[in-house]
Design a protein around this ligand. Structure first.
Ligand code: GAR
Length: 207
């Protein structure tokens, strides 16, 4: 059974999708043992509590810079014996001290079709606003491994939705969460825990 630690910053609907999937038995060979939040008032912490999962708050604003914050996150991940780290709406970019310690063992969900609308500055509703401003007709979400470049690690799964006339960042976000993120993030986590993701030439293959 692999030990999963989930990092959150906000509402935690993706954390909830993971908790529900685990309850249904859809996370094969994995168990969420700890939730780490970068914000003390994140609703995701309530979700962890309701599910009986331990949580730790490490506030980004309590640290001088990204490196100091990342070192604190790394120390906590090691203390928790994390075997898989899941970024589920975690809004801070982690320094390479973390990504190098967990190569191909950190999974992120990004609310767009990478390589579009991604990288530094693209997070949350900003991503959907950028997609709508561009005028794309499809968007979606990407589940990928995290490396030292923002949103640039190997892609594990992607899924799409249609953009509709009159969409707002909020309506598009909701459609992408419901149809893609809440399904594909638990699926990718299970595939990882079942050792079904292979890396060849820097790309991820499901086998
Ligand atoms: C999700 O849409 C997630 O993909 C996005 O933030 C939202 C968090 O919602 N993540 C990013 O933008 C990271 N770059 P949640 O807290 O309800 O899971």
């Amino acid at each position: 059974m692999k030990n999963i630690v989930v990092l959150v910053s906000g509402g935690g609907t993706n954390l909830q999708a993971l908790i529900d999937a685990e309850k249904r038995g859809d996370i094969k060979n994995g168990k969420i043992t700890c939730v780490i939040s970068s914000k003390a008032d994140a609703y995701a912490l309530e979700r962890a509590k309701n599910a009986g999962i331990d949580s730790v708050v490490l506030e980004r604003k309590a640290y001088a810079d990204s490196k100091a914050y990342s070192e604190a996150i790394l120390a906590e991940l090691q203390k928790q014996n994390a075997e898989l780290v899941v970024l589920a709406g975690f809004m801070t970019i982690l320094d390479e001290c973390v990504t190098k310690a967990y190569p191909y063992r950190i999974i992120n969900v990004h609310p767009a079709l990478i390589p579009s609308f991604c990288g530094e500055g693209f997070y949350g509703l900003k991503v959907h606003k950028a997609a709508l401003d561009y005028g794309v007709k499809i968007s979606g979400a990407t589940v990928h491994f995290v490396n030292e470049k923002a949103d640039a690690g190997a892609i594990i799964l992607q899924g799409t939705v249609d953009v509709q006339n009159g969409d707002t960042p909020e309506t598009l976000q909701r459609r992408i969460m419901e149809n893609v993120e809440w399904k594909l993030l638990p699926k990718a986590v299970s595939l990882f825990c079942e050792d079904r993701i292979t890396i060849r030439g820097g790309k991820a293959y499901i086998e």
